[in-house]
Write a protein that binds this ligand. Structure first.
Ligand code: TXA
Ligand code: MG
Length: 324
């Protein structure tokens, strides 16, 4: 793709999706909306197109990507095998924010999976994403469309600000529905959640029975999204209840509150006035992007209940706060 640097935010008319599909087929990079966060997509079967994703994100190549498919035929192009225990999960959660780690097919280049014998696949529940994949006629490898380690994008403008130069085209689908990434499930002998995300653990357990958690560990030396520090704003951030923050610091700091506005902070963003974890997740990255732009000396974030979507929220907050 030769149009480097000439990125444009494109409204998602059918024509524009067609244009984006052409960019994908020609080996270019398209940022597109999904129901979770915006993805930075390339042809999953073209190693050099995928290499451009790593370049654009400045992402270590040991971090495998998620492959997005639009239908079952495409799934079978990237997964060597679809174990029977996967069927009820696909039935219930696809299209949707559940990523399944399956045995990889030959056709998927090693750069996509960072050499792993498995491939992470999902079918996004967003009409623009699905139409893009369908029209490209190819599975699309796409990480979140943010520079490596930084806050994930939940709006087209976030992508434009963070990666505009490096992307050939951005499809604008408005703010994303879930606001946190997909849940990643590995189906080994036992099902294992590798990343908390938009499908709550409780929902998976209602189908699978007990599910193991391996969210802090890596299947590889470097599997970000599992790295201790990730999803981080530039401003130092810490998880703390309002009363744990000394008065002096409050005056100059931002506070990311769950439901109530605490006193004494310079600026407060509330994730969900009604205390709804789903709404809080949807606003999480947007609120952090806003706070991060203010150039404050510090941001504090209120812990939320660790149930349902609260697990994904706390996972993102904890990773954002680790500093070595
Ligand atoms: O919601 C989402 O999943 C978004 C949208 C764009 O679909 N995508 C996303 O991709 O979050 P990304 O690249 O930010 O996260 C991919 C993560 C990797 O960091 C790794 O933890 C895991 O998926 N992953 C990918 N392939 C894997 C594999 N074969 N085995 C285990 N984990 C894998
Ligand atoms: Mg990411």
């Amino acid at each position: 793709w030769h149009n480097r640097g000439a990125m444009a935010v494109v409204p998602t008319t059918p024509r524009e999706i067609e244009q984006a599909a052409r960019v994908i087929r020609e080996g270019g990079l398209v940022a597109f909306p999904t129901e979770t966060v915006y993805g930075l997509g390339a042809n999953a079967l073209d190693a050099s197109a995928v290499a451009r994703i790593f370049e654009a994100k400045r992402r270590p190549s040991l971090d495998p990507l998620i492959v997005h498919v639009a239908d079952r035929a495409m799934l079978l192009r990237v997964a060597r095998e679809v174990p029977p225990q996967v069927e009820p999960l696909m039935e219930k959660f696809w299209p949707g924010p559940l990523t399944l780690v399956l045995p990889k097919a030959e056709a998927v280049p090693g750069i996509v999976t960072s050499g792993l014998p498995t491939v992470a696949v999902r079918m996004p529940a967003h009409p623009v994403a699905l139409e893009l994949i369908r029209q490209a006629g190819l599975p699309i490898a796409a990480p979140s469309a943010n520079p490596f380690g930084y806050l994930s994008p939940t709006r087209a403008e976030h992508v434009e600000r963070m990666l505009g130069e490096a992307v050939d085209l951005i499809l604008d689908g408005g703010p994303t529905l879930y606001g946190v990434e997909s849940t990643i499930l590995l189906l080994a002998e036992k099902p294992v959640v590798l990343r908390h995300g938009a499908i709550p653990l409780e929902e998976l357990e209602s189908i699978l029975g007990r599910v193991e958690l391996r969210v802090g560990e890596s299947v590889r030396p470097l599997v970000p999204g599992q790295l201790p520090q990730h999803y981080a704003p530039r401003t130092p951030i810490q998880v703390a209840r309002p009363d744990e923050v000394p008065k002096e610091l409050r005056k100059q700091s931002g506070y990311l509150a769950f439901r109530d506005v605490p006193k004494g902070f310079k600026i407060v963003k509330v994730l969900s006035p009604t205390g709804d974890l789903r709404e809080a997740a949807a606003h999480l990255f947007e609120a952090l992007h806003q706070l991060d732009r203010l150039g404050l000396p510090a941001i504090y974030a209120e812990p939320v209940p660790e149930e349902g979507l609260g697990r994904a929220i706390m996972d993102r907050l904890r990773r954002a706060t680790v500093r070595d």
